[in-house]
Ligand binder design. Structure first.
Ligand code: ISJ
Length: 379
């Protein structure tokens, strides 16, 4: 059935369509300017992401919006979305090459998704990139010959073994790096296999990000940092933020950030399956927060089981973190079973105090996310 309308409404809608079309022309104009910015940055070797410029611009537009009786958050939301588009458009022109006299780059596991992303970024920055995958080991000697950088990005469970078995004869000055999501064992394996510069990298994002702007890359120093400083600068030019960490501290964080989190999402999905939940009807009854939660759990099952198995099984210590979670779940459940509402409220308040200022901060952040979940609804 057609939606009801009136002649007056149609007239106003025609005017709104005209304004939206003007917006499109303005967007085209903005995108063209951004492309020029991309070219200038490429020439000058400046990072794609300029946080101070963004903060100043947002502050000014918010103040102007207020003057015009427009909600400041409206212009901020629009500009943030436009800036996301800018990162993609700036990327198209390529990036400044920080180290022009590097030999070629070899990506071991270059056919994997993350390897492919790094290969694309390095190629966009003027480096010659060769991929080395399962079937290429027969030619490995010639592939490694003259390499200035070797990046290992193979499944976690074979990373250390592969480094120890196959990467012991790299050119002396070649930089050896990996992209594994644990850092202790791979960095040690690289230091043992290769006497030249070594660093561990962990990109804290999946291969589907589109642009590295604002994404985090963890760096664990191995050996001879001066020799690979250019690579860190190169990654910053791509827009990423570098976080330096000790391998052990990084790995400890991953037990919670990755292993425990993904495992509990897995169990959440497993539970829906065993309970034979009707996702269609759950969605009909879902609040935005439930929808967001289902999306986060559901997206796990759209990806490779091997990838998640690798991440969850990567560190034995994760078992402790996950078992502690189970213990805490059981204890909380016993409060529920005993019907002790006061004990629950007390425990809740204790955790709230512990979250401190983060609790209201997370509430603000999640409000914007929940609103955009609602925006995405159709029909
Ligand atoms: C366009 C630029 O690049 C990025 C995108 C911006 C935008 O779209 O306005 C602003 C700052 C940068 O993070 C710039 O630096 O001016």
């Amino acid at each position: 059935m057609n939606e009801k309308t009136t002649a007056e409404l149609e007239n106003l809608r025609g005017l709104i369509d005209g304004v939206d079309q003007q917006l499109l022309h303005l967007l085209r104009k903005r995108l063209d300017l951004v492309a020029q910015v991309g070219a200038v940055k490429h020439g000058a070797g400046l990072p794609i992401y300029a946080p101070q410029r963004e903060a100043n611009m947002l502050a000014k537009r918010r103040a102007e919006a207020k003057e015009m009786n427009i909600a400041p958050q409206l212009i901020e939301d629009i500009l943030r979305r436009l800036m996301r588009e800018s990162y993609l458009n700036e990327k198209d022109v390529g990036f400044k090459q920080v180290k022009a006299d590097l030999g070629h780059v070899v990506i071991v596991g270059g056919e994997g998704k993350l390897g492919g992303l790094f290969s694309q970024m390095l190629t966009l920055s003027g480096y010659q990139v060769k991929s080395l995958d399962k079937d290429d080991w027969v030619n490995s000697e010639s592939i490694f010959d003259g390499a200035g950088l070797v990046i290992v990005t193979v499944p976690i469970n074979i990373t250390c073994e592969l480094i120890a078995d196959k990467l012991t004869n790299l050119p002396k000055d070649c930089i050896l790096a990996d992209l594994t999501s644990i850092k202790g064992a791979p960095v040690e394996a690289m230091l043992a296999a290769h006497s030249g510069p070594v660093l561990g990298l962990h990109p804290m994002f999946g291969p589907d990000v589109g642009s590295l702007a604002k994404q985090v890359v963890v760096v664990c120093h191995g050996r001879d940092a001066d020799a690979y400083q250019w690579l860190i600068e190169q990654i910053e030019i791509w827009g990423a933020r570098i976080v330096e960490a000790e391998p052990s501290k990084h790995d400890k964080a991953m037990q919670l950030v990755q292993a425990m989190r993904h495992f509990s999402s897995f169990v959440y999905g497993l539970n829906l399956y065993k309970e034979e939940a009707d996702i269609e009807s759950l969605l009909q009854f879902s609040s935005p927060i439930y929808r967001l939660e289902l999306a986060m759990v559901g997206r796990l099952f759209a990806q490779s089981p091997e990838l998640y198995a690798d991440i969850i099984f990567a560190q034995e210590e994760s078992l402790v973190a996950i078992s502690d979670y189970l213990d805490n779940y059981s204890q909380a459940l016993s409060i529920l079973k005993s019907g002790n509402r006061d004990a629950f409220v007390e425990q809740f308040a204790e955790v709230s105090r512990w979250f401190g200022d983060f609790a209201p901060q997370f509430q603000r952040e999640s409000r914007a996310m929940l609103q955009s979940v609602n925006d995405m609804k159709t029909g």
